[in-house]
Design a protein around this ligand. Structure first.
Ligand code: SAH
Ligand code: SF4
Ligand code: F3S
Length: 499
């Protein structure tokens, strides 16, 4: 009998990629994927533990699944990913109807675990070892990277893919759960990475984003040779068909000159660097154990700007970290004013049990102060985005088209909804549209894509342009988006069919 999988994913790009891999693996086993939870006999949540809110979202989604399980006891409910690793059998206690708990390092075992459950073996739990449970080598082996077959149909855009080059993290910032749930830092062998990059290019991929928690710390030692991220990029750059290479997330201390040189020299390398600073106060950076000072971060940004002209730099911030005073926060604002980041992701500090921060520091900034600092920093960053984006008005940029814009997606969903209601059909569980929904349409559709420096551009075009490069002239800009018009029929070495 055909089996049907529904998978919901939260968290970072690592989780998006893991979900793509889980789907690829289960398709091999004959599973079909559905976007309607009610159609599925296997329901997975790929989870994140980075903030409490991310976990609450999953526990509340699980609450809704309880009923499905009561009505259909044969359906299998699985919790996988970072929260599975963190809470382990605690998930069975909080949600006793869950059948399967699998950590990010055990994803490979999913098919056989599902089989065991179907044969009546009961609940299954597979997670990696804790940092102190065994020798480093054994712990590392229990956090295995999961990169089997690539499944292009699971990607949001046919021309873009993530490629994992590193798993885990060894930085142990005091607020962060990632080193505990993703295990020790390990670089994948370069030959595997290159083979996968070639596969992706053969599948029609034009942009690859290399993934690692601290991607620029990537090192792979084989005998006397060490491969660094810059070496990898030079090799990936050779692959015909690929047009853009990006990498996230960078750790400020490891932003070495060889890497910046590679970004500057290689035309396929996007002049875009995400290098989170987290705070503009040296006192707070020290208590976060980030390993650098504000002055060192500023020097690094100067180095980036000197080496990679017109580069876009983006950052993450945590506001309301333990002990953060108004004066500390004002230093963060000052840094944001000076750095002119392309964009910043701003988070309210969330204590994570199991971290040094939870153990040794007091979460002493009240929630309303965190909220207020979050809004203030966001407003400051938005004002800078809006100002800096004006410089793009009048310029023409090469855009990789990612898909229909949010507005076009909402419109299409509303039309489908209206059609459903008029035929009295049930409301779809998920109104996510796929690119194939648009292949049919031949009219003008609002599209979204990105510049080489990662800025979002919205313009009118044809659905068949999704996954292609087009030249767009920008005529308007706000804080988050550039608006433009397609100006050419021919781009780069390839000829693209426009309307
Ligand atoms: N490896 C990346 C990203 C880690 S998680 C890096 O080192 O930059 C993504 C972002 O979530 C972090 O950059 C940080 O800003 C935020 N974050 C991590 N732990 C957090 C916590 N406990 N509370 C609030 N934000 C957190
Ligand atoms: Fe977390 Fe710090 Fe590692 Fe990033 S570098 S994943 S913030 S511990
Ligand atoms: Fe979340 Fe795990 Fe990523 S904790 S941010 S999904 S590595």
């Amino acid at each position: 009998m055909e089996k049907t999988l529904y998978i919901e994913t939260v968290g970072c790009q690592m989780n998006m990629l893991d979900s793509e891999m889980i789907v690829a693996e289960l398709r091999q086993q004959g599973y079909r994927v559905t976007t309607r939870i009610s159609d599925a006999d296997t329901i997975f949540f790929n989870t994140c533990s980075v903030r409490e809110h991310a976990e609450e979202k999953i526990y509340s989604a699980l609450g809704k699944v309880r009923q499905i399980k009561q009505q259909h006891p044969d359906k299998i409910i699985g919790v996988v990913g970072c929260m599975a690793q963190k809470d382990q059998d605690g998930i069975f206690h909080r949600a006793p109807f869950v059948d399967l708990v699998v950590g990010p390092g055990q994803l490979r075992q999913i098919p056989q675990l599902l089989e065991r459950i179907r044969q009546g073996a009961g609940r299954q739990l597979e997670v990696g070892l804790g940092r102190k449970d065994a020798s480093l080598e054994i712990v590392k082996r229990s956090h295995e990277t999961f990169d089997p077959l690539r499944d292009p149909t699971m990607r949001n855009s046919p021309a873009q893919a993530y490629l994992r080059i590193q798993i885990g993290c060894d930085k142990f910032c005091t607020y962060c759960i990632v080193p505990m749930v993703r295990g020790p830092e390990q670089g994948r062998p370069p030959e595997q990475i290159l083979a996968e990059a070639r596969t992706l290019a053969d599948q029609g991929c034009k942009e690859i984003t290399l993934l690692g928690q601290t991607v620029n710390s990537y090192r792979y030692r084989n005998g006397d040779t060490t491969t660094r991220l810059s070496d990898l990029i030079y090799q990936i750059h050779e692959i015909a068909g690929l047009r853009r290479i990006k990498f996230v997330t960078n750790y400020p201390k490891d932003m070495t000159n060889d890497l910046l040189q590679a970004v500057a020299e290689l035309p396929k390398c996007s002049p875009y660097l995400h290098v989170p600073v987290q705070s503009g106060s040296n006192r707070i950076l020290a208590s976060m154990k980030r390993g650098y000072t504000v002055e060192e971060y500023r020097d690094m940004v100067d180095r980036i700007r000197a080496t990679v002209p017109n580069s876009a730099i983006s950052s993450d911030f945590i506001v309301g970290f333990s002990g953060e005073t108004d004066a500390d926060f004002q230093q963060t604002c000052e840094l944001v004013r000076d750095m002119r980041f392309k964009n910043s992701f701003i988070f309210k500090y969330s204590v994570r049990p199991g971290t040094k921060g939870a153990e040794l520091l007091v979460d002493d900034v009240p929630m309303d102060v965190k909220r207020q600092r979050n809004q203030e920093l966001l407003a400051l960053q938005n004002a800078i985005c809006e100002e800096d984006n004006q410089a793009f008005v009048g310029q023409t940029h090469e855009i990789l088209v990612e898909g229909p814009s949010k507005r076009a997606r909402q419109q299409q969903a509303a039309e489908e909804q209206a059609a459903m209601e008029s035929t009295n059909a049930s409301t779809p569980e998920s109104q996510e549209l796929t690119e194939s929904d648009y292949e049919m349409s031949d009219g003008i559709v609002q599209l979204v894509g990105r510049t080489h420096c990662d800025r979002i551009v919205v313009f009118d075009g044809m659905a068949r342009q999704v996954g292609q490069f087009v030249q767009v002239s920008v005529h308007e800009a706000n804080a988050h988006t550039l608006f433009g018009t397609v100006v050419t029929r021919e781009v780069g070495p390839e000829l693209y069919q426009l309307a």
